[in-house]
Design a protein around this ligand. Structure first.
Ligand code: IMP
Length: 434
């Protein structure tokens, strides 16, 4: 059985949780491999609506092992809150496994994230403020604190002192802020360690052994590929190491790249972005408002799961998407929120960029270039009919089928899955992914 990776193809919030929830049906292991609680999934199923930031979306299937990999930055208080919230709604969390090698988000990471953003003024990244950037900075600077350290005060105390001492020098010396107190942080993290200890294990063994037994393993990316530290719209990217694109999946759970058989890229039928940074097809007109507020009355509008911020909206950008297909090595696309376009008389797709009077079809590396380019659009007729009850490709309106076919051509990748609503069953499976 395969190891399948699911990644977001755009700037995050593509509906990965929804697709993972669907693909997880046959998986034995579902693992998160990168980022932290800056990511957010909304999942709607027969138990209700759930917003998850750290726990993998496979948790709703009691027989599956759900893994938080070594590549994830874990805020233990947030994780415990999620576990307890799930338990309160009767969800079994006993098969959750947390990597002993994962890095911990500490209170000073959150403080530094906010201070750094404030100091950047007009050039702020627009981070989620969850401390993820500073946590990965400490990881790379080899000053980080790992989940395994929670279990041994002899390790935890000196590591926390070392990390906090450095952070306090930056907080007070660079930003003029208030130093953070060690004792209260230590008490909180010691307590987190005791409460999380039943979940902590060597994740590499869990994933590797499942694969060797021939079980189907699903690796769940966070955020979107265009927020990737290397390939995204730098510096307006997230800082996850390993990255959330497919290249980070093997590192983030401790397997080799040759163990991965398929990579599914999730794309919205249009585009959104939260936070600052280039967004070539961004819309500022009534179309943006209509798309953003579609389904708002049911909590489905385009507002961030983690921060509640209104998302920036634009048409599907096929230039950026094709770039993402290529560096992720995608084998299939999952196209989400097709139903949001149901009332659009015309639908646009950006097929190229105009730069200084010339047409380019590649995705520029420079942020300043991306800010200058003008999108070239192709207009397709809308279908002006609801698709939320459609379950087969052939039952989609002809204009919707034509839109999907055009997406496949432009992105050079087949669309295997289409979602037409938030519930598990509101999906069109064109080709079963496994
Ligand atoms: P950070 O990850 O909090 O440092 O934020 C860096 C950038 O990534 C900001 O533009 C955030 O809005 C964006 N970002 C981080 N996580 C997500 C996500 O889950 N969905 C969409 N954007 C995200």
């Amino acid at each position: 059985m395969p190891i399948v990776v699911v990644v977001g193809g755009q700037w995050g919030d593509e509906g990965k949780g929804r697709i993972v929830d669907l693909l997880a049906r046959k998986a034995k292991v579902v693992a998160r491999y990168s980022a932290g609680n800056n990511a957010g999934h909304t999942i709607v199923n027969e138990r209700g609506e759930f917003k998850l930031n750290l726990v993998p979306a496979g948790i709703f299937y009691p027989e599956k092992t759900c893994v938080i990999g070594n590549g994830v930055a874990v805020d233990p208080g947030v994780l415990l809150g999620e576990i307890e919230g799930l338990q309160a709604k009767g969800i079994d969390t006993s098969k959750l496994v947390l990597s002993d090698r994962a890095q911990l988000v500490m209170p000073w990471h959150i403080a530094l994230d906010k201070l750094d953003e404030a100091s950047r003024g007009a050039t702020a990244i627009g981070t989620t403020g969850k401390g993820i950037g500073p946590c990965f900075v400490d990881k790379v600077a080899r000053r980080g604190i790992r989940v395994a350290d929670l279990l041994r005060p002899e390790d935890l105390i000196p590591r926390m002192k070392n990390s906090l001492d450095y952070a306090n020098r930056v907080i007070t010396g660079v930003y003029g802020g208030e130093p953070i107190d060690f004792d209260s942080c230590y008490q909180a993290y010691h307590d987190y360690g005791l409460r999380l200890s039943p979940y902590i294990a060597d994740v590499q063994g869990v994933v590797f052994d499942a694969h060797r037994r021939g079980e189907y393993v699903l690796l769940e990316g966070a955020q979107g590929s265009l927020l990737d530290l290397d390939h995204g719209t730098y510096p307006f990217v997230t800082s996850s190491v390993p990255s959330s694109s497919s290249g980070g999946a093997a590192i983030g759970v401790g397997i080799g790249p040759t163990d991965i058989q398929r990579v599914v890229g999730v794309f919205k039928s249009y585009c959104t972005r939260v936070g600052n940074g280039p967004f070539p097809t961004e819309l500022f007109d009534d179309v943006a408002a209509t798309l953003r507020d579609h389904g708002k009355e049911f909590g489905r509008g385009e507002y961030g799961t983690t921060t509640g911020r209104p998302r920036r909206i634009g048409w599907l950008d096929a230039v950026a998407a094709r770039y993402s297909v290529r560096f992720n090595g995608l084998s299939a696309l999952a196209l989400t929120r097709l139903d949001v376009l149901d009332n659009m008389p015309t639908i646009k797709i950006c097929t190229g960029y105009e730069l200084d009077g010339k047409i380019i079809s590649s995705f520029p590396s420079r942020e300043s270039t991306l800010e200058r380019i003008k999108p070239i659009y192709e207009e397709l007729p809308g279908w002006m009919t609801p698709t939320t009850e459609v379950r087969t490709f052939d039952d989609l309106p002809p204009q919707a089928r034509a839109f999907i076919k055009r997406v496949e051509e432009l992105l050079e990748c087949p669309v295997d899955l289409i979602s037409v609503g938030p519930s598990r069953e509101q999906a069109v499976i064109v080709n079963p992914i496994f």
